[in-house]
Design a protein around this ligand. Structure first.
Ligand code: ADP
Length: 161
């Protein structure tokens, strides 16, 4: 069975992430979205919340599931028997970071392959961090996330004010 993982922080999941997931779901028999438990970033949502927001967003994708993981992405890939890591590439800065990550992962686990999907034009400039900032400042975020994510995000930023 062809199995891929799509790892990330997803704090929170955006339409850009979901676009990558739905496109990649057509290329593999099973896709597992892996939510990093402890990325090197300041998080707004807990791991359980990030997983739950994704779970609600992928109900229409039968071969896609979501799991959280701790530790190395390559170890998570092995644990779920994935042969491929999927990442999304936006214009500019993503490439350099993904290139470094890919080189490191290849050293750690040479048998794992990386597949990068170009971000949809519509979502090139969409990031979870910009989205959180827009939500904090009261911007309309409805075009960038599913409705349940927008609701959760607005509630969360207000609870932190
Ligand atoms: P990470 O902390 O691993 O960068 P993110 O949640 O920010 O986690 O992103 C997960 C993956 O999704 C990365 O490969 C990132 O480049 C990609 N990604 C982020 N935003 C978008 C977007 N708008 N369109 C397509 N891919 C995206």
């Amino acid at each position: 069975m062809t199995i891929a993982i799509y790892p990330g922080s997803f704090d929170p999941v955006t339409n850009g992430h979901l676009d990558v997931a739905s496109r990649v779901a057509k290329l593999f028999e099973r896709l597992i979205i892996g939510v990093y438990d402890t990325p090197d970033k300041q998080l707004l949502f807990t791991t359980e919340e990030r997983v739950e927001l994704i779970r609600k967003a992928i109900v229409n994708l039968p071969n896609v599931e979501v799991k959280s993981f701790i530790g190395l992405t390559v170890d998570f890939a092995k644990e779920v028997k994935a042969q491929t890591i999927v990442r999304g590439l936006r214009m500019g800065a993503d490439f350099e970071r993904e290139f470094d990550l890919a080189m490191m992962n290849k050293k750690l686990s040479p048998e794992l392959e990386l597949v990068c999907l170009m971000a949809n034009q519509e979502y090139q400039f969409l990031s979870s961090s910009l989205l959180k900032e827009a939500a904090r400042l009261g911007g309309n975020i409805n075009d960038f996330v599913p409705k349940h994510v927008a609701t959760a995000l607005i509630r969360k930023v207000h609870s932190k004010m």
